[in-house]
Design a binder for this molecule. Structure first.
Ligand SMILES: [Zn+2]
Length: 278
C-alpha cells in the first residue's frame, strides 16, 4: 500500500496539499488552494475494480445491470440524451470510446445515432455482459492498462475522472489514443457549485450529521472545479475548447438553471481537443 504522505503533493503544481478535514467516514480531505480541487489519498485501481465489479454498485441510480434500457428511469434517458446532443454539437468524427461506460446507455444511443462505439470499464460484469447485449466491444480495465488497436475521434469520460487514482495519467492516456484534433468530453461534479459551497460550509461548522458526505469519497478520489479541469488539460497538452456547468436533468428548476449562468451549477462539462502533432 502506498504511504499516505506520498500523496500529499498536488498532482498539478507539486506544492504540498492543505489538510481540510475528514469526512463522516474518516476519509482525509486535502486541497490545493492554487489549483482549486480536493482529493482523498489511498484508493487504488484494485480497490475500485472490486467495488465496481459488484453489480449492486449500480443499483439505485435509475439503472439496472441487466442493461435493460427500457426499464431505466426516464430521467436517466433524458440525461444521457443531453450528453449525446452535447457531443454532437461540440465534437466531430464518428469513432467514439466511452471510458467507464457502466450501463452503456451512452454508446448504445450514440450507435443508434450513427457513431461507431466502443467502451471500457473496470467492472468484469460490464465488460463480459454488455458486448452481448449492446453489440459493441467493451475493453476491461483502467484506460492506462488497456492495449488499443486503433485511435478514436471522441473519448467520453462522464462521471469517471473523479473516480480515478491519477486523473492526469488517465487524461494523458486518452490523448495518446486520440486522433489528431480528436476530442475528450469530461463531466464531473463541480467543486465550486452553490450546492457544494453550502454543504462545505455546513460541514465545516459541524452542522451536518454526516460531514462532507457530498464529496462521495467512498468512490470519488477527487472533486474538481473548472479551474482545476483547465489546468489538468494544460498538463496533458490538451486545448480547452468549451466549458460550462449544468444541473442534472432531474434537478433543473428555474432557480437551478440560473446557477448555470454563473458557472455555479452541479456539474462541470468540459471539451478538450488534441492539437495537430507537429
Ligand atoms: Zn496544485
Amino acid at each position: 500500500m502506498t504511504s499516505v504522505t506520498q500523496s500529499h503533493l498536488c498532482l498539478l503544481c507539486k506544492r504540498p496539499l492543505r489538510h481540510v478535514g475528514e469526512d463522516f467516514a474518516r476519509k482525509q480531505i486535502y486541497q490545493c488552494d492554487q489549483c482549486d480541487y480536493v482529493m482523498t489519498p489511498g484508493a487504488t485501481t484494485e480497490d475500485a475494480s472490486a467495488q465496481y465489479d459488484d453489480p449492486e454498485y449500480f443499483d439505485g441510480w435509475g439503472c439496472n445491470m441487466e442493461f435493460d434500457y427500457d426499464r431505466f428511469e426516464p430521467a436517466v434517458h433524458e440525461q444521457v440524451q443531453r450528453y449525446l446532443d452535447f457531443i454532437k454539437k461540440h465534437t466531430r468524427g464518428k469513432l467514439l470510446l466511452d471510458v467507464g461506460t457502466g450501463s452503456g446507455l451512452l454508446p448504445h444511443l450514440a450507435r443508434k445515432a450513427g457513431f461507431e462505439v466502443e467502451g471500457t470499464d473496470l467492472s468484469k460484469h460490464v465488460s463480459e455482459n454488455l458486448p452481448v447485449k449492446g453489440g459493441f466491444p467493451v475493453h476491461h480495465g483502467a484506460l492506462e492498462e488497456i492495449t488499443f488497436r486503433r485511435k478514436y475521434d471522441v473519448i467520453t469520460m462522464l462521471h469517471v475522472l473523479e473516480h480515478t487514482s491519477d486523473p492526469l495519467s488517465t487524461l494523458m492516456r486518452a490523448r495518446e489514443i486520440l486522433n489528431d484534433e480528436g476530442y475528450v468530453v469530461v463531466v464531473v461534479p463541480n467543486y465550486q457549485s452553490i450546492d457544494t459551497r453550502i454543504k462545505n460550509l455546513l460541514s465545516k461548522l459541524k452542522l451536518k450529521s454526516r460531514p462532507y458526505k457530498h464529496f462521495a469519497l467512498g468512490h470519488h478520489n477527487y472533486v474538481f472545479s473548472m479551474k482545476s479541469l483547465e489546468l489538468l488539460g494544460r498538463a496533458a497538452d490538451l486545448q480547452v475548447i468549451y466549458r460550462t456547468t449544468t444541473q442534472p436533468a432531474w434537478r433543473s428548476s428555474a432557480l437551478h438553471r440560473w446557477f448555470e449562468r454563473y458557472q455555479l451549477a452541479t456539474w462541470c462539462w468540459i471539451v478538450y481537443r488534441k492539437p495537430v502533432s507537429t
